[in-house]
Write a protein that binds this ligand. Structure first.
Ligand code: SME
Length: 150
């Protein structure tokens, strides 16, 4: 299956050669290019400032949201609630930071080191209700692999 192949390929890229940023970038490129309903794929990483998500490698249009406090937007909520958030229609989400008017849905998976949030994998879609359990399982598996190199 496509998702089975993508999981293996992403895990291979993450464990492979190159710097961390380069490997995360390769995963963003892979996912965004191969999955039709992924229109922006990026990592946010917690840097030197506690409680702030900073934009890391991404594939898609540049976003104004390069620095997001925990709690703010869908990204900030996933960090604050410490769990995957799926918004199937952003029109119904009040705590949302719009990157592009084309975006209709979003999934965000928090990344952990032990109990600590160290970043997130964030995906935007131009379709309404595009995300299934298959997406969640793929993206959570990739997130577990990304945590190992962060
Ligand atoms: N929509 C996100 C902001 C990040 S962009 O999607 C890349 C949010 O509400 O947190």
């Amino acid at each position: 299956s496509l998702f089975g192949e993508l999981k293996n390929e992403a895990e291979r890229l993450l464990a492979g050669p190159g710097g961390v940023a380069q490997r995360l970038q390769a995963v963003c490129d892979l996912l965004c290019l191969r999955v039709g309903h992924y229109d922006w794929v990026g990592f946010y990483l917690v840097g030197s400032t506690e409680g702030i998500l900073e934009l890391g490698p991404f594939h898609g249009k540049p976003t104004d949201h390069v620095s997001i406090p925990f709690g703010k937007g869908v990204c900030g909520q996933a960090a604050a609630r410490r769990k995957t958030i799926i918004v199937q229609d952003v029109a119904g989400e009040t705590n949302y930071l719009s990157c592009s008017p084309d975006v209709r849905a979003e999934i965000v998976i928090p990344l952990f080191r032990g109990d600590e949030i160290i970043g997130e994998l964030d995906i935007d879609s131009h379709e309404i209700s595009p995300f299934t359990d298959e997406d969640r399982e793929l993206l959570e598996a990739i997130s577990r692999a990304a945590e190992k190199i962060l």
